[in-house]
Design a protein around this ligand. Structure first.
Ligand code: FES
Length: 105
C-alpha cells in the first residue's frame, strides 16, 4: 500500500513522490549560484525579511523563478508569482520589497 504525505493526499497531486525524469532540479541551497538568486539572498538579509523562517525556502524559490522569467516584475507580477506561498508571520510586504530590491525596481 502506497502511503502519501497528508498534504499530498489533500492536494491530490502526490508531488512528494512524483518523478521528474531528466528535468533539472534547483534547491534552495543552490539558489545563490545564479545572479538573481544571489541578489535575492542579499535583499532578504538586508531587508530582514525572515521572521520565523518556516515559509522562507518556498518564498525565495518562487521569487527566484519569478526573476528568472520576469527580471523587472510589477506588483501584479509579484502577487501572481507569490500567491501559492503562505506566510503565517505576514512578511508579505517585506518579501515584495526584497523582490523589488533584488530586481532593482
Ligand atoms: S516567516 Fe514565519 S511563516 Fe513566513
Amino acid at each position: 500500500m502506497r502511503r502519501l504525505h497528508r498534504a499530498c493526499r489533500r492536494r491530490g497531486d502526490a508531488s512528494c513522490i512524483t518523478t521528474v525524469g531528466e528535468s533539472a532540479i534547483t534547491t534552495i541551497e543552490a539558489i545563490g549560484q545564479a545572479p538573481q538568486g544571489a541578489a535575492l539572498q542579499k535583499a532578504w538579509l538586508e531587508l530582514e525579511v525572515v521572521q520565523c523562517g518556516y515559509c522562507q525556502s518556498g518564498q525565495i524559490m518562487s521569487a527566484a523563478a519569478l526573476l528568472k522569467d520576469t527580471p523587472k516584475p510589477t506588483d501584479d507580477d509579484i502577487d501572481a508569482a507569490m500567491s501559492g506561498n503562505v506566510c503565517r508571520c505576514g512578511t508579505y510586504q517585506r518579501i515584495r520589497a526584497a523582490i523589488k530590491h533584488a530586481a532593482g525596481v
